[in-house]
Design a protein around this ligand. Structure first.
Ligand SMILES: *Cc1c(COP(=O)(O)O)cnc(C)c1O
Length: 464
């Protein structure tokens, strides 16, 4: 029998790298030596403990209170809860808003169309209608007047992003929060990705200091560089938070009493986050935020000098959306081909499909690990654009494209997707082809509803 740890290490070797700044989505690298090992040691010390009952494991309650206090100190106060991630924080913000308004029969939330998909998931899970309001087509910032017009008697929550994941721009939080307050509605600021960086950037106030903001989410597994599984949801006061909590005495076992959607909760993530926050400290985070912000600025300026690419909007944080010059991503340089060329040069950039006024683009998350290495990224990006120009658009048979364009969601079947996968050389086992531009072109042609169905079927194949 092989050593399971050796086997695990071998499996992990085939993943995208989590260090070195070459994976420009999903992972966040502080580049601080020894931080992983330190966090892992803290994780191991608390992983067997169960956050299900804070009276049985008071250490976890203490750690959570201290983690929340650190977040509150940074983001304008409030009371909070540690959750498993940004999605859970956003879900709970919507749930609490819904359940605090039993008078509203068919509740809705008003979000900018650039809000994270977690809000659509919340709508889907909790039976809340999501009213997605178009944003400014040039800046990609939410439009407070349009949001105000979308608020009605069914609205239980209004959302702003600081910043948005897709474009890295900060919505006009004060104006949106004023709209919400004026209508007696809650306002959530999704600072999941920016909450640990923006306090050190030159941006307008966006947190609980802003009048009308009732809750803020921030993910510690992003720019607090903690191991995955930790986010904080802050509410302005305990009254606003109450509807988030759940108790059930309707069974013969222990009375279930939960702060989050989880019940049994590993002590590992919160302990690791607590230890990492302590170790890095306020000065350390200021330094790390500065590095990531400067790196994003350098990369943004560098991209401005690459003919064929443009950065969408005016990103103020550490995220960039890079489109092909000419608008729809098919005119000049095909960004999906650029992504493949970057991959061949050892970088992962995340394709984002066209949506609303936003053309197809590549998402880049810059972290402290990119600081000082911007020239390598820009040189490879430049070379990738040149190669993409040479190659042109990926070859996808027009008949296949037309067929996908003509699909309705209900026509997407498991068999049909199996056929498509075979046609694109993706038989199964979850191994993606080296070059994804053809697949991305097909998915782009599918449009959002059909794309969702295709990918859900694909997930079924991966998990079969
Ligand atoms: C990452 C992110 C989320 C979701 O967080 P997960 O930790 O991936 O669940 C929500 N909102 C924004 C703005 C994000 O960047």
């Amino acid at each position: 029998m092989t050593d399971p740890l050796a086997e695990l290490a071998a499996l992990r070797a085939a993943d995208l790298p989590t260090h070195g700044g070459r994976t420009l989505a999903y992972v966040y690298d502080s580049a601080l030596p020894g931080l992983d090992e330190f966090a892992a040691a803290a994780h191991a010390l608390a992983a067997p403990a169960n956050g299900l009952d804070p009276t049985a494991f008071p250490s976890l309650l203490r750690l959570e209170r201290e983690v929340v206090a650190t977040a509150a100190r940074l983001l304008g106060g409030g009371v909070g809860t540690v959750t498993s991630g940004g999605t859970e924080s956003c879900l709970l913000a919507v749930l609490a808003a819904r359940d605090s308004r039993p008078d509203v029969a068919r509740p809705s939330v008003v979000v900018p169309e650039t809000a994270h998909a977690a809000f659509h998931k919340a709508g889907h899970y909790f039976g809340v209608r999501v009213v997605a309001v178009p944003v400014d087509p040039v800046t990609f910032r939410a439009d407070p007047a349009a949001m105000a017009a979308a608020v009605d008697a069914t609205t239980v929550l209004v959302v702003a992003s600081a910043p948005s994941y897709a474009h890295g721009v900060v919505d006009p939080v004060a104006e949106i929060a004023a709209v919400a307050a004026g209508r007696g509605v809650r306002c959530h600021v999704d600072a999941c990705i920016g909450g640990w960086v923006l306090p050190h950037a030159d941006v307008a106030p966006f947190d609980l200091r802003v009048a009308g903001v009732t809750s803020v989410s921030v993910d510690l597994h992003k720019y607090a560089y903690c191991p995955k599984g930790v986010s904080v949801l802050l509410h302005a006061d305990a009254g606003l938070r109450r509807a988030q909590f759940f108790a059930s005495a309707d069974w013969p076992g222990y009375t279930m009493l939960n702060t989050t959607m989880q019940s049994t909760r590993s002590g590992g993530p919160v302990a690791a986050a607590w230890a990492v926050l302590r170790r890095i400290g306020d000065d350390g985070y200021r330094e790390l935020a500065g590095r990531a912000l400067r790196s994003a600025r350098v990369v943004r300026e560098g991209i401005g000098a690459i003919a064929g690419l443009r950065v969408l909007g005016e990103p103020e944080a550490t995220l960039l959306a890079v489109a092909g010059e000419g608008g729809d991503g098919t005119g000049g340089v095909d960004v999906f081909v650029v992504a493949d060329e970057l991959k061949a040069r050892g970088w992962y950039a995340q394709p984002q499909f066209a949506h609303g006024a936003s053309p197809a683009n590549l998402h880049l998350t810059l972290t402290a690990a990119n600081a000082g290495h911007e020239a390598e990224l820009l040189a490879d990006l430049s070379a990738s654009v040149a190669a993409a120009r040479e190659l042109g658009a990926p070859e996808v048979p027009e008949g296949v494209l037309a067929a996908v364009r003509g699909l309705t969601p209900d026509q997407v079947t498991a068999e049909g997707v199996a056929g498509l996968l075979a046609a694109t050389g993706m038989g199964g086992g979850g191994v993606l082809p080296e070059r994804m531009a053809g697949v991305n072109t097909l998915l782009a042609a599918a449009g959002p509803r059909v794309r969702e169905r295709l990918l859900v079927e694909f997930l079924g194949v991966l998990h079969s």
